[in-house]
Every structure is written in structure tokens, then in C-alpha cells.
Write a protein that binds this ligand. Structure first.
Ligand code: ADP
Ligand code: MG
Length: 153
């Protein structure tokens, strides 16, 4: 189910605030993909999601490890950064396919680097640089994703 929304984000705090607003409407089993060039604010958005889910510690970019797991109270939240992802065989060898399950939430930066091996996301997010800060385009691909976007303000 396609639903989309657009926001202008003037500074980092607005990016964090929007992500925090979305976080409380996420459910286990959902997958979110984040697109945008380096420095567009993808990791900032993930930090906002984690804050919204009650995680207060540092959020580091898993550029070399490809994924950082967060064991939250109700589910495991996996933050992928596939910028350096190369070998598709590595995906199954590392067991990443199993991370996409009904009990976890997967948020993926640079999903385009993994091509077709990723499942369809519930929501895809595109961030872009603008003179005023950043523009964000949120698109749902499932009804669960659409409900989440409608509730995000
Ligand atoms: N709405 C915004 N306006 C201006 N700067 C922003 C905004 N959102 C985030 N930033 C800044 O942009 C940079 C983005 O870094 P990061 O989130 O690591 O990007 P990415 O993960 O896309 O490479 C950070 O310095 C962050 O403070
Ligand atoms: Mg990043």
C-alpha cells in the first residue's frame, strides 16, 4: 500500500524529532531502508529512531561491521550500513538473512548496495541535501508501513 509524505528538516534536531515520532509506531517484523548520499542524515535518523525506542547510549555507524544489533526491551533492532558491502555470498554466510524475521526490526542504510537480496521494505526513506538543511521523502510499501507513516508527525 503506497502512501508518502515529505518534510523539510532545518537542522539535526528536526531530523531526530521526526525519527523519534516514527519510532513509537514501529512494530516487530518491519524493515526500513534509508537512501541518500554520504552526509545526508541517514545515521542521524537511525539515532532518532533508537532514542524514540528508549535507547540512550551512543549509536555508531556500522560501516566496517555492516550491522550493529540493539537488544531492546520488546525486540532486536538491527542497524545495517551496507556502504562497503560487496559479496552477496557473505550475506548468507554471515546469517544476515535470518535477521529479517517477524520478531526484529531491520533498518538499512545503502540498501541499493545489496540489490535484490534484500526483502521488500515496509518503508523507504530518501534524504537529500538542500540549502535550508535536508529534505526527507517517506514512502510506504506495505499497509503496516502506511499506518506508521500516517501516524508519524
Ligand atoms: N536536517 C538537517 N539539517 C542539517 N544538517 C543535518 C540535518 N540532519 C542531520 N544533519 C547533519 O548532517 C550530518 C549527517 O551525518 P550522518 O547522519 O552520519 O549522514 P549519513 O549517515 O547519511 O552519511 C550530521 O553532521 C548531522 O548533524
Ligand atoms: Mg551513515
Amino acid at each position: 500500500m503506497i502512501f508518502d509524505s515529505n518534510y523539510d528538516l532545518k537542522d539535526e534536531s528536526e531530523t531526530l524529532r521526526l525519527a523519534q515520532s516514527m519510532a513509537i509506531h514501529l512494530h516487530p517484523g518491519m524493515n526500513l531502508y534509508l537512501k541518500g548520499e554520504l552526509g545526508a542524515g541517514k545515521t542521524t535518523f537511525v539515532r532518532g529512531l533508537l532514542r524514540g525506542l528508549g535507547y540512550q547510549d551512543k549509536v555508531k555507524s556500522p560501516t566496517y561491521t555492516l550491522v550493529e544489533p540493539y537488544s531492546l526491551e520488546k525486540f532486536t533492532f538491527y542497524h545495517f550500513d551496507l556502504y562497503r558491502f560487496k559479496d552477496e555470498h557473505e550475506w548468507d554466510d554471515a546469517g544476515f538473512r535470518e535477521y529479517f524475521n517477524k520478531a526484529s526490526i531491520c533498518v538499512v542504510e545503502w540498501p541499493e548496495k545489496a540489490g535484490h537480496i534484500l526483502p521488500e521494505p515496509d518503508i523507504s526513506i530518501e534524504l537529500s541535501h538542500e540549502s535550508f538543511g535536508r529534505h526527507i521523502h517517506l514512502i510506504s510499501h506495505t499497509s503496516l508501513g502506511a499506518e506508521c507513516l500516517k501516524a508519524t508527525i
